[in-house]
Unconditional design. Sequence first.
Length: 379
Amino acid sequence: MDRATNQAAINIRKESSIMNTWQQITHFAGFDWAKDHHDLLVLDGNAKIIARLRFGHSAEGWQRCREQLAAFPKVAVAVEGGNTMVIEQLLASGCMVFNIHPRSSKSYRQRRQPTGNKTDDIDCLALATALRMEGQDWKPVAATDPHIKKLRLLCRDEVLLIEQRTALVNQLQQALYEYYPTALAAFDDWTIPPAWAFVIAFPTPQALVKAGKRKWENFLHANRLWQPDKNQKRLAAFAGAMELRVPDAISEAKSILAVALATLLRTLEQQIQKYRVLITECFQQHPDHALFETLPGAGAKIAPRLLAELSVDASLIDDPNRLQSYAGMTPVSYQSGQVSAVYLRRQCNRFLRAAHIFACKAQRALCNANNCGLSASRW
């Protein structure tokens, strides 16, 4: 099949909305992805294997996949989640795509292979069979508005960078604990750039004492840390930095690590700020930004995250129970015989859950500041 015929089949499938109902599906495909290659297996309605394909992760490989799928105009594809690019490529081919949770994918494979055998072909067959038998109750992946897709990825990547910053801060504090307790006690918040600048400017207790009071005061003024109620205590601590001595070998080695971590944190913070600018611009361009800005507890950082996560599937808004489960707000119940327990829901959208929790905390703090009289149990 040439490219023109392949593209025509895809266009017909999209324009005529063939894939709108499950009853119209005639073929069921299982897709197993890897780093350098992917596997596709197609079943007909009688569970007969009618096509197999292994192709490389390249433009030519994906073209072969599209040509193979175009031979089945009414095909649905089940793919294990975790690879956004694969799902986007399958959606672009015009297929009905189902994103399968890895735990469910493992259960389907074990159901077919209780002996524990595992190959790429077995994975594809397990997904295709599960799709054929149970797919009518599954929810297909919906095409996302490009603007929302960009905002969601920006917000999620920003969260990942913030998590990386937290990890680096923890490493920096541990390094300082081992040789430089004066620096560690000088700042309550180690997520701010002035704390990192202090480590770079005075990497060791010896360097701090040698610098003298004038340079300490200049540093505090330059970084807007001059606070009358803390100055005397802080300067006294700087002067006594050498009272608790550690071997020079430890101080020299650990100071190199501390400066390296502080430098990484400064660079990472610059990138996080760039993300913040891009997210704000993207958020302001969305027509619903004003609505999300008015949500209780949703500030400049939380509102874009809520918009990005809640706009992926509009049907969530109409079903509060489903929305709570999606956000991880409802617990998981376990009951067997006389055993009954309730657990935290971990299989959920962790980004939406974190945004919701932060919004609730911000609203509670605001109410406490304004003496709203709301009890903690309300939150």
